[in-house]
Design a protein. Structure first.
Length: 297
């Protein structure tokens, strides 16, 4: 069993750290939020006073932080960067969704100090984090992928090696751009059907068995009352925040700009989530985008 530091115990990191502890690993957890620390302690993790204390003498450091600046600060440019204290016996696995350039530059900064760093963003949402069924999308060398795999398998079901450093983040951002487009389209179709007299559940059942079938209809219906256990059935609390989807669509637009890849649909989805966020909905689950359509009617 391994000794693991886990930094960032939010909606995703909390249940991921709990699953590592449940699998028998020794997990030393740190977050800036005292509530997140309390929750982690109740789920079998040891609590550290700082990221530096958590990362002392461990086999792996795993981070699950909001954005690139947090990851860069933790390992490279903060007050006591972890790359100054770690050595080649530790592999760093960053599971946050961040821009590929930062993932590559942090990996290069680690390599200069002899510390391995891979990007391993996830898909599957809070439900997947709790159930231990996440998809991990890894960017790094073959050897680093093989080293990380048994650890990632304690938190996920599908572990992919996308390519070298940064490739995990590129694949993740392609996926989330598609998710933003699919959710926007699903909200648009459901709202139009309901406006024309259809029952949202009946319409959802029809589209699920027809060519419009997609992930949002299958497991994450945005219309309240259609599906139990999804954010739409609890006032869009928990889940994947509009703020985070907006961040991911921004990352997709950066990749599109730098590579001159055409992304008109991604750009439209970003504009829709931007409008929704600007109306004060950034903290709601991203399926609340349907309110934008309902309010426009
Ligand atoms: P969250 O806001 O719930 O959690 C982030 C946690 O990081 C918070 O508890 C915060 O206190 C902590 N934190 C911030 N800076 C820190 C620091 N310097 N040291 C220690 N702790 C720090 O966010 P989340 O929903 O758990 O998402 C985390 C990452 O996972 C994001 O990059 C997000 O895009 C990605 N993601 C989220 C989902 C989802 O469904 N929520 C799905 C896939 C990927």
């Amino acid at each position: 069993m391994a000794t693991i530091a886990f930094i960032g115990l939010g909606n995703m990191g909390g249940p991921m750290a709990a699953n590592l502890a449940k699998a028998g690993h020794s997990v030393k957890a740190f977050d800036l939020s005292p509530q997140a620390l309390e929750q982690a302690a109740s789920q079998g993790c040891q609590i550290a006073d700082s990221a530096q204390q958590a990362a002392s003498g461990v086999d792996f450091v795993i981070s699950m932080l909001p954005a690139g600046k947090h990851v860069e600060g933790l390992y490279v440019s903060g007050d006591q960067p972890l790359f100054d204290q770690l050595d080649s016996s530790t592999l760093v696995i960053d599971c946050s969704t961040i821009d590929a350039d930062t993932a590559r530059s942090v990996a290069a900064a680690g390599a200069e100090k002899g510390v391995g760093f891979i990007d391993a963003p996830v898909s599957g949402g809070v439900g997947g984090a709790q159930a231990g069924t996440l998809t991990f999308i890894v960017g790094g060398t073959d050897a680093q992928f093989q080293q990380a795999k048994p650890i990632l398998e304690c938190m996920g079901k599908n572990i992919f090696h996308a390519g070298d450093h940064g490739a995990g983040q590129i694949a993740k951002v392609c996926n989330n751009m598609l998710l933003g487009i699919l959710m926007s389209g699903t909200c648009e179709a459901l709202n139009m059907g309901v406006k024309n007299g259809l029952d949202p559940k009946v319409l959802s059942d029809i589209m699920k068995q027809s060519s419009g079938n997609n992930w949002a209809l299958q497991v994450y219906n945005p219309f309240p009352g259609v599906m139990d256990g999804v954010p739409a059935s609890r006032d869009y609390q928990g889940g994947f925040q509009v703020d985070l989807m907006f961040k991911d669509l921004g990352l997709a637009m950066d990749v599109s700009q730098k590579s001159a890849a055409a992304t008109p649909m991604g750009s439209a989805a970003r504009a829709l989530f931007n409008l929704h966020k600007s109306a004060g909905n950034g903290g709601l689950d991203f399926s609340s985008l349907i309110k934008l359509y309902q309010d426009a009617d």
